[in-house]
Design a protein around this ligand. Structure first.
Ligand SMILES: CC(C)(COP(=O)(O)OP(=O)(O)OC[C@H]1O[C@@H](n2cnc3c(N)ncnc32)[C@H](O)[C@@H]1OP(=O)(O)O)[C@@H](O)C(=O)NCCC(=O)NCCS
Length: 229
């Protein structure tokens, strides 16, 4: 997989490349993580080389980075799971094997997102959406049922005295409030299914995440759904 495209950065086209990442990219990817997840996000949840080596070895199609201006500006990582083994209330730690993806199951039905991040200087240029769209293409290419992931809701802590996590999501869906991640995921065509409490040690989201899906439109839609928000 290798894809050239133009982002719209500060109002101007900027040539970029989406490709699988490899060992030579690890330091660049760790730098991207540091820029994307500043404190209070726990430092121990940022990528280390052992995790990145597992991504590349087990599921290279799910280990993507985007380059522009001669540097890595963002990345996205996934694994394949058999979703029936988990359920709507899963944690990030359980479903991603704490980011090591040793539970990657090539015969599973769901591409699960471990992480996506774009460094602040290149945000709102389309890089995150292009990474997501490329992962949708991977879902179709591999004949999987869907892409799924828990979206952080970093705007929640500031509103938690006014709303439960579920009410917060309703207000984001109605457009009353904006969330930097959930609103982005909606713009990428992801559909909210349920709120997972205690998903991730993430102060800004108060530990909550919205489990959000993108269904492979070329597969028959499943009849059974998860709890809707
Ligand atoms: C979430 C993130 C990856 C978005 O990346 P990005 O490259 O800035 O996103 P894009 O430029 O591709 O934006 C795609 C769409 O989402 C919208 N969007 C992006 N950030 C947004 C925000 N903070 N608030 C509202 N909408 C937003 C864009 O306006 C765009 O809408 P459009 O398709 O109608 O034009 C980036 O903000 C990030 O790295 N955040 C920190 C890491 C993180 O929390 N990752 C999520 C883990 S679950």
């Amino acid at each position: 997989m290798r894809k050239e495209l133009y982002l719209l950065h500060n109002g101007k086209p900027l040539k970029a490349l989406i490709r699988p990442y490899a060992a030579a990219d690890f330091q660049g990817l760790i730098d991207v993580q540091k820029a994307c997840f500043p404190p209070p996000f726990p430092e121990e949840l940022l990528w280390n080389e052992a995790q990145l080596s597992q991504h590349v070895a087990r599921f290279p199609e799910g280990a993507l980075c985007i380059e522009a201006d001669g540097r890595i500006i963002g990345s996205m990582t996934g694994l394949i799971v058999d979703y029936s083994q988990y359920g709507g209330e899963h944690t990030w730690e359980a479903i991603t094997d704490n980011g090591y993806i040793r539970n990657h199951e090539p015969g599973g039905d769901t591409l699960y997102v471990v992480d996506i991040g774009v460094i602040p200087a290149y945000r709102k240029s389309g890089a995150g959406k292009w990474l997501m769209l490329t992962m949708y293409e991977t879902v179709v290419h591999l004949g999987l049922d869907r892409l799924l992931g828990g979206g952080r809701m970093p705007g929640y802590a500031a509103k938690s005295d006014q709303a439960s996590p579920e009410q917060y999501v309703e207000n984001v869906l109605s457009g009353e409030w904006n969330d930097p991640v959930i609103t982005f995921l909606l713009r990428c065509g992801r559909m909210p299914l349920s709120v997972a409490r205690n998903y991730l040690e993430d102060e800004d989201s108060k530990g909550n995440a919205v489990i959000m899906e993108w269904r492979n439109p070329f597969r028959h839609p499943r009849q059974e759904g998860l709890n809707s928000c």
